[in-house]
Design a protein around this ligand. Sequence first.
Ligand code: PMV
Length: 326
Amino acid sequence: MKSAKAIACSNIALIKYWGKRDPILNLPQNSSLSLTLDGMTTTTTVRWETDLPEDSVSLNGNLLTGSELAKMSGFLDLVRRQADMSLKAQVVSENNFPTAAGLASSASGFAALSLAASHAAGLNLDSRELSILARQGSGSASRSIFGGFAEWRKGDRPDGLDSYAEQLMPPEAWPEIRMLVVVLEPRPKPISSRAGMTQTLETSPMYPAWLSTLEADLTAAKKALFAHDLETLGTVAEANALKMHATMITTLPTILYWQPTTVALMHRVWELRRDGLPAWFTIDAGPNVKVLTDAAHASRLAEALGNVEGVESVLICSAGPGATLC
Ligand code: PMV
């Protein structure tokens, strides 16, 4: 029996990935940039067992079945193929935050699984190889291999070997950065990001416009990041998230992940900003809102946003570490 345990943090994109050029290999239409979040973690143990007839995967204490289990087995096949073995795996995975609610549980989940499964299989993958493996479980997971700020370069090759994330800046390089995770709906989202992306690519007339602005957004965000210019970084990130949602809203049928409280939070962030607080929001494939700010203002902002009707909780996260073995 070979086993390993790994922990990985979730990450939130400041420049978003939305749309695949290859849905099997999870190759993206555009590059993206993210912040790995301290304290929002998945911990995963993988045991490759000799006497197991099928893979067994438990997520937050529930055994997966049907298509969910098939998806995980498909991912474990990638590790089996690389390690040239046929053993089945017992996987036990726990998130310390809500699953599939636009809080990037798939990012931390597949990053932790990639590390634990490959290590237990005797593969000694470097961080680039791990990023490529994690990407095939969930695109955003390619970025959770790294701590701090990471860029997932889209790559051009059809085999995806040049589509991986790299660290732009370690967590300790910007210790004052904070992201508030404002949770209003901890339940899973009604439409997965995979399905949402496909529908957007097929039907949104705004999609080409979104893609045409991505490189400029990425360049501006990286410049702001390296200059520790929070205002420019926040401004670019907020506009980028709104553009992504504009492509979703203009699909047929429409995809609107926002709830009334999501919109109330957007207004509240703008109001607080007018009052002089550094705060910029970003929103993923779900109704929850994340707010970029700094350490000096995080508690005050968390209190103000926590008072918006419909908000269940607010977490304050700093830049977190990359995936590691425990
Ligand atoms: O990789 P997925 O399937 O978790 O998709 C992520 C999509 C967004 O969260 C909306 C954007 C991103 O870059 O993380």
